[in-house]
Design a protein around this ligand. Structure first.
Ligand code: PSU
Ligand code: MN
Length: 310
């Protein structure tokens, strides 16, 4: 059993009880709230996602940094605060954790940092929208999300809708392959591309149920194979976008990003916000729907995985 009494960790009582008794728990990130969506849809989505997880019998644990502690399990007031503060809150990946905790300022955790918080808290499943990856142009810019390295080292499975075409999807898959991270298609053989169900790229394994997924996850960690798993869950058909509509918005957003000289950690938030504007909110609507869908699969998988704990 994990040492959950570390002074730098603040587990919500409900989350602690669930982890200690081997119940299903799902971690959720806070960068998607502060930097990934506008207010108030960000807060509405975060709260709805928690509700969906509960309706499947699991316990949600939204992660963020507050008051010098890694908080695992936020209250709705804390979620509201992060959602209202938006980009005034620091976007925190692995490298940011010690400094933001030392300063006792609020921090929104990315996929990488949320995986770290989840692992410290003993949580194996994490639901989000999209993971970071190898950016287009990375062979020249070296812009590769720290999410990929975290997936290589931290034992948390991330349910996402694939990765957006703001990234270089083939290079992202190559990177994950090199680092030994399985990419699993949930009910599909193809890597979904976030707003759309297909990318033309294959996944490593297709699984068709949460039970099948939990079985393989349990084997991975029982063997001591460190690292996470990408569970790519396609957006439901009724909410997926027209591929051309998305491609045009992405291309334009990328051009504007280059013109403005936006780089580093600002890139992803800029692109997400600009794509929402360019698609007049339809990308935001799809984004919200796919997050709901991922929360459901993560919760069901957490419930299946919990069967191995008892
Ligand atoms: N992709 C999305 N929505 C998001 C993010 C990525 O579709 O909100 C966020 C996640 O928090 C992810 C982070 O971990 O952006 C990746 O940022 P970067 O590329 O700077 O590592
Ligand atoms: Mn980057």
């Amino acid at each position: 059993m994990k040492d959950l009494n570390n002074e730098l960790i603040d587990l919500a009582p409900e989350v602690r009880e669930a982890v200690e008794s081997g119940k299903g728990v799902v971690a959720l990130e806070s960068t998607i709230i502060a930097h990934g969506m506008p207010y108030p849809q960000n807060v509405e989505t975060a709260l709805e996602v928690e509700k969906i997880i509960r309706s499947e019998g699991a316990v949600p644990a939204t992660v963020a940094l507050m008051d010098g502690k890694f908080k695992v399990g936020l209250s709705s007031d804390e979620i509201d605060m992060l959602g209202k503060a938006g980009s005034d809150v620091i976007k925190c990946s692995r490298r940011d954790l010690p400094f933001v905790l030392a300063r006792k300022i609020p921090g929104a955790t990315t996929v990488a940092a949320t995986m770290i918080g989840a692992a410290i808290g003993g949580i194996k499943l994490f639901a989000t929208g999209g993971i970071g990856g190898v950016h287009r142009g990375a062979p020249a810019t070296f812009d590769i999300s720290a999410d990929l390295e975290e997936l290589a080292r931290t034992d948390v499975a991330v349910v996402c809708a694939g990765a957006k075409a703001i990234l270089d999807l083939p290079l992202t898959l190559e990177y994950l392959e090199t680092r030994g991270v399985p990419v699993v298609g949930f009910g599909t053989e193809e890597l979904p591309a976030f707003y759309t169900r297909s990318s033309g790229l294959g996944v490593d394994y297709r699984v068709d149920s949460e039970a099948e997924l939990a079985h393989a996850l349990n084997i991975k960690w029982k063997l001591g194979l460190a690292g996470g798993v990408v569970i790519a869950n396609p957006i439901p058909k009724e909410y997926s976008m027209e591929p051309e509509h998305v491609t045009d918005a992405i291309e334009q957003a990328l051009d504007e990003m280059h013109e403005k000289g936006i780089k580093g950690k600002e890139s992803t938030p800029f692109l997400l916000a600009r794509i929402t504007e360019l698609t007049e909110g339809s990308s935001l609507f799809s984004n919200i729907k796919l997050v709901h869908n991922n929360a459901r699969v993560a919760a069901r998988t957490a419930m299946e995985l919990a069967k191995y704990e008892s």
